[in-house]
Ligand binder design. Structure first.
Ligand code: S3P
Length: 171
């Protein structure tokens, strides 16, 4: 079973995902990286040159690939902040793994994705617009199999340990 980390930009999907994969001794894959490899350019370039619909198409294709590769059957996979908000991707996630919503407070998210974060996050414009997008996506995040509330200051290995215990409880 794949473990998909879900959540808004800056929730820590990539860092916690890496820590969780290390802890479980399974491979780790990052959907944003897979999209960039498939596109042969950065996510920002895809948004700027081809627009969001093309980005979402590439995202769906890249997810389909990660979801079907046999060597990733037990992997931890970090998704993008918008992945589960798009129905075709949401269906693919539900059908091929366990979804885990990483849920830090919005203030933590905003602190992480402002400033330098803007460079590689084309959907971050300002805090007001970002809060609106976050609220719009909450319903999709809430449909995850597990919700993991993340306290400010909690480290990636600490969060990974909690997720590992929650998953073990379900088995
Ligand atoms: C997006 C989040 C980004 C990336 C793209 C779109 C979104 O991923 O997939 O910029 O729609 O929220 P991260 O959540 O890893 O930053």
């Amino acid at each position: 079973m794949r473990i998909y980390l879900v959540g808004f930009m800056g929730a820590g999907k990539t860092t916690v995902g890496g820590a969780l994969a290390d802890r479980l001794g399974v491979p780790f894959a990052d959907l944003d990286e897979a999209i960039e490899a498939r596109a042969g350019r950065s996510i920002r370039a895809v948004f700027e040159e081809s627009g969001e619909p093309e980005f979402r198409r590439l995202e769906w294709e890249a997810l389909g690939d990660l979801a079907s590769r046999p060597e990733l059957a037990g992997a931890v996979i970090a998704t993008g902040g918008g992945t589960i908000a798009f129905e075709a991707c949401a269906r693919l996630l539900a059908a091929t793994g366990l979804t885990v919503w990483l849920n830090p407070p919005f203030a933590t998210i905003a602190g992480r994705i402002g400033g330098l974060g803007k460079r590689d996050r084309p959907l971050f414009r300002d805090e007001t617009q970002t809060l609106a997008l976050y609220r719009q996506r909450l319903a999709a995040y809430r449909r995850c199999d597990l919700t993991v509330d993340v306290a400010p200051g909690e480290t990636a290995p600490e969060v990974a340990a909690r997720i590992a215990h929650r998953i073990a409880e379900r088995r």
